[in-house]
Design a protein around this ligand. Structure first.
Ligand SMILES: Cc1ncc(COP(=O)(O)O)c(C=O)c1O
Length: 447
């Protein structure tokens, strides 16, 4: 891989080279050294339709020639309304309005602001508190990081973060209540009610959660009953339910939205990543009619947003990506390939370090442990998951690693999120390489 760490980029890692990608096609990335890499994480679980779809590029070029930019406070373009309609259609009418932004952090910030605005215009200006969970991730801007519970990403910036309440993580493999699936009493759902009551329901605006976790808990998700209970609790106390589907939304879990696995419709959904499949920076806060109608019927203004939010090129990409997913039945394909990936991942269980494998659709995580019986995590000093990522890349697979699922102090994971177009043969190759990678790293660290 190229040693480009002397360039002028201030990147994520300041002291290690980052491979330079010169071409991307289908599930493959090609670097400037001639290496072919399977993109097992689809970027950061972004590239749903695969790399290099030329017609998306054509749509972008066409739109730039037509109207490259107008500012959303003064103008809109016809394709913005089309994009909003398409997003709402994929929710089967559950959602009614879309506020476009440029990424996931902006999407969760906007969702929280919309909740606050709804309460103000609904005659409840005392409602402002947001309740979230430890080991959640909702973005890296100061607001979004404040309600995120991803310990390692918060650590350096804690003095700047706002004081939000974090409930115990919804994390069955390491249940914070010491329960197992057999003894689960849905304590983590009940914790929301307790917290709302303790804070005073009249002060609580919203609850925000990921239906399927991203990097922080590597595709962990709560029991089926969970969100139904959360919905009931939110309704009981007039609290809005925000689901952060920035990673798991727009087909990634094998349904258009992860909330569709549950009998519980959120009030607001935050989207990004798959909304443009990586072809343009886009995010959105998507709301039920009551949120829009309440604000429209009172103040009539939602004074938030960003310069590039809802721009015509973004709208063109969203329209084309949703059409593409539908025309090629890629959400259905994601479910089918996800089922195949699940069977292949099972084969990795013979490794002494593979403690848990979890996921939905094409969003899967592996958690590594020192001891499978006790679930003791690996020594953080080993940087096991980072070693897996590095070794897999050397062998031709890019897989995203993460650390800190065990209350922020330990816990090594990797997360899979390949493009929906991946084939069974490519999955076989990918898992074969991960298998060999695991063997090599386990041997290297003496396991
Ligand atoms: C669930 C979730 N929410 C929010 C974000 C933040 O999105 P962005 O990085 O586009 O700001 C992410 C990013 O990984 C995410 O996974």
């Amino acid at each position: 891989m190229s040693a480009n760490h002397k360039d002028h980029i201030l990147g994520f890692y300041l002291n290690r080279p980052t491979p330079s990608i010169v071409k991307a096609e289908g599930v493959y990335l090609y670097d400037d050294q001639g290496n072919r890499i399977i993109d097992a994480s689809g970027g950061a679980i972004v590239c749903s339709i695969g790399h290099g779809v030329a017609e998306i590029g054509a749509v972008v070029a066409e739109q730039i020639k037509k109207v490259a930019f107008v500012f959303r406070r003064a103008f809109q373009t016809p394709n913005l309304a089309q994009a909003a309609a398409k997003v709402c259609e994929t929710t089967h009418g559950d959602m009614d309005r879309v506020f476009f932004v440029s990424g996931g952090s902006e999407a969760t910030e906007t969702a929280v602001k919309l909740a606050r605005k709804y309460h103000i215009d609904n005659g409840n200006p005392s409602r402002f508190r947001v309740i979230s969970r430890w080991q959640s991730y909702h973005g890296s801007t100061m607001g979004a990081l404040s309600w995120s519970g991803f310990t390692s990403r918060r650590a350096d910036f804690t003095p700047y973060l706002h004081d939000f309440v974090h409930l115990p993580a919804t994390y069955c493999y390491r249940c914070w209540y010491g329960k197992s699936p057999d003894t689960c009493g849905h304590e983590c759902a009940q914790a929301l009610e307790n917290e709302i009551l303790a804070l005073g329901p009249e002060t609580v605006s919203a609850y925000i959660a990921e239906p399927v976790s991203g990097h922080s808990l590597a595709a962990a998700f709560p029991p089926d009953e969970h969100f139904k209970r959360i919905r009931k609790i939110c309704d009981r106390y007039g609290v809005l339910m925000i689901l952060d589907e920035v990673m798991c939304g727009v087909g990634r879990t094998g349904k258009w939205y992860a909330y569709q696995y549950h009998d519980a419709i959120p009030d607001i959904i935050a989207l990004a990543k798959g909304l443009s499949a990586g072809y343009y920076p886009v995010g959105a806060a998507v709301v039920r009619a009551k949120i829009h109608d309440t604000i429209a019927g009172k103040s009539g203004v939602f004074g938030s947003g960003h310069t590039y939010g809802g721009n015509p090129v973004a709208a063109a990409v969203v329209c084309r990506v949703i059409d593409y997913l539908q025309e090629h039945r890629l959400v259905e394909r994601c479910a089918a390939m996800g089922a195949y990936l699940a069977t292949k991942l099972e084969t990795l269980k013979s490794h002494p370090t593979v403690g848990d494998i979890r996921g939905r659709g094409l969003q899967w995580g592996i958690e590594f442990v020192r001891d499978k019986k006790t679930r003791e995590p690996l020594d953080p000093q080993i940087h096991f998951s980072q070693q897996i990522q590095d070794e897999a890349l050397r062998r031709g697979v890019h897989i995203e690693s993460s650390f800190g699922c065990d209350r922020g102090q330990a816990g090594d994971t990797i997360i899979f999120g390949p493009p929906f177009i991946i084939t069974e043969e490519q999955i076989d190759e990918m898992i074969g390489i991960i298998d060999k990678t695991l063997t090599a790293v386990e041997r290297r660290v003496g396991i």
